[in-house]
Ligand binder design. Structure first.
Ligand code: GLC
Length: 751
């Protein structure tokens, strides 16, 4: 197997100047300069109530990313010129943003607009969907991809991205699981910080940095039954212990804005939740950035039955802590009257307006409203080939090798005829995934093209779809089976199309779409070795694939360079190194399912016994566990050493061990630290991720890996919502997956 340039060498060739992610980075929003502070104060003093309300009104431009189509362009121009709009979304491009900014400069007070866009996993260069990119567990790479997205988007006039989505999600029926960082708060918090720092750099104000948004605040990932926009009901202890840590990490990283959520949390719409937006965010966390509603959610409080009408919804939202109203027009219609009636106190209105004006000042827009709208810079940024190289590296590092029976992969040179079969074999747009804003699918290399380009000279490569991605018909199955019969090896390309996950894409059945499982069975009937490449933005039920394919490479929705990355991985030019950030269940019936489950009073054992917490028709274990991912090499974990057998609650210990690449090729291993607090004031999960490292090693090489065990590792949120470290015994476990633990040590925390 050709050993490929280690990832680090390639990245070094293209890495953009990104400071290393300082583990303790707790950048807050940069302080306002004295000049800007004076400017904002003077402006506030001149503003009418209507002009203040205008700053809190956010309106969509060209594309609707919500249920109501946006106003017409001429109405928007008039509204901008009259100062009734403070920010816009879905306007992109240096020319278009410049035009709207020119209209804003014709308003009485010449307050510049903010331009926002959902730059979720790239602007023009498309990276793997966020759930897939999280599978790399490579925080530097994750920050790098957000950095490139910001460079491209800001060059196109964008000031503000509605990303990262940091919702912890444990129900893969929910389509938006694709947009986040999976099921775990510790991993989710680390990724949230990396993405915020990537988008914003260490400070806002540079023209290649954009405001980031921590969304959707909060609990949206726990939507009942995995159905989008549905109710969320949970204890505050669960909210704080599981769902809030990534939001707190984003706030500590200095995220410029929070977006609230469509769902009710324990009966209160997040947009109208004073607990979330004021008590928690502003008072307890001391957050001083902007809070924006989600599309129409201010008005949807009426639909929820929480507000009578717009006149009631406007003060409910603003008084709860929602600064900007995205696209419901409730503030535009009813907020000024609410101020005049006293339903909203002027200081409350002023505090929200001040946060918006201060953000515009931080971006330098009062000095030069057009500084982000530079067509020459746009052309340069959008044609930088280095960006695609990083996208290729991200796709390579995100694909998870789920299975590799008898080392079927990488494809050996003896294979002289490959049949590439499946509805995604020739897909381009599907590889990019949803939430695209400016990409060019025509430049995406397909899986089939990538295989043809990498197969040794003289290898025959046959390509058939078998069916389309919906796979309603079996008309192409016979030809697929026949092609498999002629080949030495089959590469199956199956899974979801780009529009089967994301917002408003919940699925009650998360198997392969349509009759794709039947296609898998028919192709397998030919009796040739099958390597499956699975595409999708969520965990899928892969039992049939696992039964018939000797190898499974989960490529997610891998972005602009996904085809090339899959080709590199299939032929071993790159060694897979990704690990699952979310559990893959055996059936929908197991959902919600997580590695961080509880012992219960009657845990099921390895051998079935009566009266245990179990199913009569399924194991409790998932098909593939959180943290699972194979490599073309092997790793040994040896010589664990704990620096102390006991510590005080505020003490520290170090857990060291040796990792060795015991195989024949370079590989990167994500070593994971799990902790179990064996006896506590609340029953604790059987294991919780509390540390990870991605370690690259040449064959035969070893490295000393070290984890610090401290309050962050051992604490949890107790019934009184306090973060506590309780005395007692803790199991420390290190391994290659949540179900593949290699080393264990025990630590006593003393009273
Ligand atoms: C959508 C999404 C949100 C997005 C916003 C603007 O409905 O819920 O994540 O940022 O509207 O497009």
């Amino acid at each position: 197997m050709r050993s490929h340039l280690p990832a680090a060498a390639l990245l070094a060739a293209v890495m953009l100047p990104v400071a290393a992610v300082a583990a303790e980075a707790t950048a807050r929003l940069p302080a306002l300069s004295a000049e800007d502070s004076r400017r904002v104060g003077a402006l506030m003093a001149r503003m009418s109530v209507d002009e203040k309300v205008g700053q809190l009104n956010q309106v969509a431009g060209a594309d609707a990313t919500g249920p109501v189509s946006p106003a017409k362009a001429e109405d928007l121009a008039a509204a901008v010129r009259s100062g009734r709009i403070g920010s816009m979304l879905n306007i992109r491009g240096a020319a278009a943003t410049r035009q709207y900014q020119q209209w804003a400069m014709r308003s009485r007070l010449k307050i510049p607009l903010l331009f926002a866009l959902d730059v979720i996993h790239g602007y023009q260069t498309v990276f793997p969907v966020p759930l897939g990119e999280t599978a790399s567990w490579d925080l530097g790479l994750i920050e790098q991809s957000a950095r490139i997205a910001a460079i491209e988007a800001s060059a196109s006039g964008i000031h503000w991205t509605f990303a990262p989505m940091v919702d912890v999600a444990r129900d893969p029926r929910w389509g938006r699981v694709m947009e986040g960082a999976g099921e775990d708060p510790w991993l989710g918090a680390a990724v949230a910080r990396a993405r915020v720092l990537g988008f914003q750099k260490r400070r806002l104000g540079d023209t290649d940095a954009v405001m980031a948004t921590a969304k959707h605040f909060a609990g949206y990932g726990a939507a009942l039954a995995g159905r989008d926009y549905n109710t969320v009901d949970m204890s505050l202890q669960q909210l704080h212990d599981v769902y809030l840590p990534p939001f707190k990490a984003a706030a500590d990283a200095g995220v410029a804005s929070f977006m609230n959520a469509f769902n009710t949390l324990n009966g209160v719409p997040a947009t109208g939740s004073r607990y979330l937006q004021t008590t928690l965010l502003r008072r307890q966390w001391g957050y001083d950035g902007i809070v924006v509603s989600d599309w129409g959610s201010v008005g949807e409080m009426i639909t929820h039955g929480f507000a009578r009408d717009a006149a009631h919804a406007a003060p409910l939202a603003l008084n709860a802590g929602n600064d900007i109203d995205m696209e419901s027009h409730v503030y535009d219609k009813a907020l000024a009257a609410a101020v005049r009636s006293g339903a909203v106190a002027t200081p409350t209105l002023d505090a929200a307006v001040r946060r918006v004006l201060e953000m515009k000042a931080r971006l330098g827009l009062f000095k030069d409203p057009y500084r982000f709208s530079d067509e020459r810079r746009e052309r340069q940024a959008l044609s930088n080939p280095a960006h695609r190289l990083v996208a290729l590296e991200a796709a390579r590092k995100s694909a998870v090798l789920l299975k590799n029976h008898e080392r079927l992969l990488p494809i050996p040179p003896r294979v002289r005829h490959i049949a590439v079969i499946g509805p995604l074999a020739r897909a381009r747009r599907d590889l990019e995934g949803g939430w695209l804003v400016n990409s060019s699918p025509q430049h995406v290399v397909t899986i089939a093209e990538a295989i043809k380009a990498r197969a040794p000279a003289g290898t025959q490569v046959t390509v058939l779809d078998g069916c389309d991605v919906d796979c309603a018909s079996d008309a192409g199955f016979a030809a697929a089976e026949a092609a498999a019969l002629q080949a030495d090896l089959v590469v199956l390309a199956v899974g979801e199309g780009w529009d089967m996950t994301g917002e408003d894409r919940s699925r009650a059945d998360i198997g392969l779409p349509g009759r794709q499982n039947e296609l898998v069975q028919r192709v397998a009937r030919a009796g040739k070795p099958v390597a499956a490449v699975v595409l999708g933005g969520r965990p899928l039920i892969l039992n049939t694939v696992a039964e018939h394919a000797g190898a499974i490479l989960l490529a997610w929705l891998p972005g602009s360079e996904g085809g090339n990355a899959i080709g590199d991985l299939l032929f071993g030019h790159v060694n897979p190194s990704a690990k699952l950030p979310i559990t893959f269940p055996r059936s929908v019936g197991q959902i919600p399912i997580s590695y961080a489950h509880y012992m219960t009073g009657r845990p099921a054992g390895a051998v079935r016994a009566p009266y245990r917490s179990q199913y009569i028709d399924s194991p409790n274990t998932p098909l593939y566990a959180f943290g699972h991912g194979l490599s073309y090499t092997t790793f040994e974990y040896t010589a664990p050493a704990l620096s102390a057998a006991a510590i005080k609650a505020d003490g520290k210990a170090t857990l060291r061990f040796t990792l060795t690449n015991s195989g024949a090729v370079y590989g990167e291993e994500v070593v994971q630290l799990y902790v179990h607090d064996e006896v506590a004031s609340l029953a604790r999960p059987v294991r919780l991720l509390r540390g990870f490292r991605k370690v690259g090693l040449q064959p035969g090489a070893s490295a000393q890996v070290e984890f610090t065990i401290d309050r962050a590792t051992l604490s949890f949120i107790d019934a009184s919502l306090a973060s506590v470290v309780e005395p007692g015994s803790f199991r420390l476990m290190v391994g290659a997956a949540s179900d593949d633990l290699r080393l264990e040590a025990r630590l006593e925390v003393l009273p």
